[in-house]
Design a protein around this ligand. Structure first.
Ligand code: UD1
Length: 346
């Protein structure tokens, strides 16, 4: 079996790591295509290096751009790549513009398409990620869902027959990485924060309110700044290092996991970090009006807030202990390869 993975943005490299290992272990052939959506070394190369991911076989080098331009550039570049490799599966990950472009490309080329992390929904139609994941799910031949909640969404949309619940590959990679690195200086008992979503960074008043909320916390705040956050803050004249906030560069994955584990809490708008905090049993405060990872909220480890609610939520008492495992037990990548093998087109 020949699997062609298309990845392009930071969270996809993290998800690719355990899948690439599982494909190596099964002896199947794996072609890795990097779209180039993320190109800064701190958002791309360090993940390949630290997580032992084989170097991409193909690099499309598309870079940044408006949604249409970026998605279109990837789509245009993939025709020749997919024709050359003619894989048994095109495997796409998550909900970025790279995911959608590769999904459309595979469908147009009549190649079987599998979507890893299928069935997540925010039900917020203004989010680019929501467009990407809904369109990708409906295009895919095989939907690899991380949770029962995701399966429920796919069932509601008439897609249950094409769905297999495999668990969450981010659990696999987190379990394997935990304990392999030291936290960065200052992480102990601090708040680890990340803010990068368009709905939080692109409105200067909202961004200023979020930085105010972080600056008002009693603890030191390590704000791991995505380039988009730095760029939008600079445009709006907002100083990120205010009060106890220290703006730092993004961390590599092992250092991020160690730093979150050592921290007192997380404040974020990242999907991945909400789950990483939960898996490490660190309380999370999410600056969004909804989340795809509802289990973290239902189990009491995550709270959704507006910017003016950051201070109260981040200082709440520690939630009750739980041994619930809604994101699987660390074998999702193996189950992904099994599902691909089982559903191979004759
Ligand atoms: C993308 C995903 C988002 C995911 C995030 C993870 C989409 C629509 N969004 O958002 O779902 O949570 O990745 O990080 O696909 N930039 C750089 N260097 C880079 C990459 C980006 O400076 O290597 C800057 C550019 O100014 C660029 C901006 O960040 O315009 C946004 O990058 P883009 O890839 O469009 O989206 P993200 O915000 O990273």
């Amino acid at each position: 079996m020949k699997i062609l993975s298309v990845v392009g943005a930071r969270p996809q490299f993290v998800k690719l790591a355990p899948v690439a290992d599982a494909i190596t272990a099964s002896g199947d052939e794996h072609v890795i295509v990097h779209t180039g959506q993320h190109y800064d070394p701190l958002l791309s190369d360090v993940f390949f290096d630290d997580l032992g991911i084989p170097a991409p076989d193909v690099h499309l080098g598309v870079g940044s751009g408006s949604h249409g331009k970026q998605t279109g550039a990837i789509l245009a570049a993939l025709d020749d790549v997919l024709a050359e490799h003619s894989p048994d599966w095109v495997l796409v990950y998550g909900d970025t513009n790279s995911t959608l472009a590769a999904a459309v490309s595979a469908v147009k080329m009549h190649l079987p398409l599998a979507h890893l992390e299928a069935g997540l929904r925010s039900f917020n139609r203004a989010m680019p990620e929501e467009h990407n994941r809904v369109l990708t799910d409906h295009a895919a031949d095989l939907l690899l869902a991380p949770t029962e909640v995701a399966l429920g969404h796919l069932r509601d949309e008439g897609l249950a027959e094409r769905t297999v619940v495999v668990g969450d590959v981010m659990t696999d990679v987190l379990f394997r990485t935990r304990g392999t690195a030291d936290p960065v200086a200052g992480a102990e008992d601090a708040i680890v924060a990340t803010i990068h979503r368009a709905e939080n960074t692109d409105d200067p008043a909202r961004l200023a309110a979020i930085i105010d909320g972080l600056a008002g916390l009693d603890e030191r705040v390590l704000l791991l700044a995505h380039p988009r956050l730095r760029a939008k803050a600079a445009d709006a004249g907002i100083e990120l290092s205010a009060g106890g906030v220290e703006a730092r560069d993004p961390l590599n994955y092992p250092a991020l996991v160690a730093s979150v584990a050592a921290s007192r809490g997380v404040v974020t708008d990242s999907g991945g970090l909400q789950k990483e905090a939960f898996l490490l049993r660190v309380p999370c405060t999410t600056v969004r009006t909804e989340t795809e990872w509802t289990e973290t909220v239902d189990l009491g480890w995550n709270v959704l807030v507006e910017p003016d609610g950051i201070a109260a939520a981040a200082s709440r008492p520690r939630p009750a202990a739980t041994d619930a495992a809604p994101y699987g037990t660390g074998d999702a990548a193996e189950r992904t390869v099994e599902a691909l093998t089982e559903h191979l087109r004759a």
